[in-house]
Design a protein. Structure first.
Length: 134
């Protein structure tokens, strides 16, 4: 018998500096480590060295609707000197990603047309991790 796992977007919570982000856009959130865990180096005779990359940077992009109650909170993080914790938790998939030291990279692109387009807030996470939760 096939193993079927349930997924519901409502099981995903996003917290920035202990504030729950709501009014999410269609793309909601994405996270990615900025570099690979290692870089191979091949010598002239074919010897290979797996050089470990110690870069812990990651990028988390949060997409909100322009009517999100937390839009002004997120905009207020622009240029703030302090790091803030940023965690994305999905209870249904038993996973979380983010870190304890994040900063907003820049203001989101502002585009207003016939429809109210979503806004993307891109954060640099300096201690980015992906973890399985219980």
């Amino acid at each position: 018998m096939a193993n079927i796992t349930r997924y519901n977007a409502k099981d995903c919570t996003i917290m920035v500096n202990n504030v729950y982000i709501t009014g999410l856009g269609e793309d909601m959130v994405s996270g990615e480590k900025d570099e690979d865990f290692f870089e191979p180096s091949v010598g002239a005779q074919g010897d290979i060295v797996a050089c470990e990359v110690n870069n812990t940077l990651g990028t988390v992009t949060i997409t909100v609707q322009p009517t999100s109650p937390q839009k002004s909170f997120l905009m207020g993080l622009a240029g703030v000197a302090e790091f803030v914790p940023l965690w994305v938790v999905n209870k249904g998939l038993n996973e979380r990603f983010g870190g304890t030291k994040a900063k907003l990279k820049k203001y989101p692109e502002m585009s207003r047309n016939a429809t109210a387009e979503d806004m993307e807030f891109e954060f640099q996470v300096f201690d980015y991790v992906v973890e399985a939760t219980e």
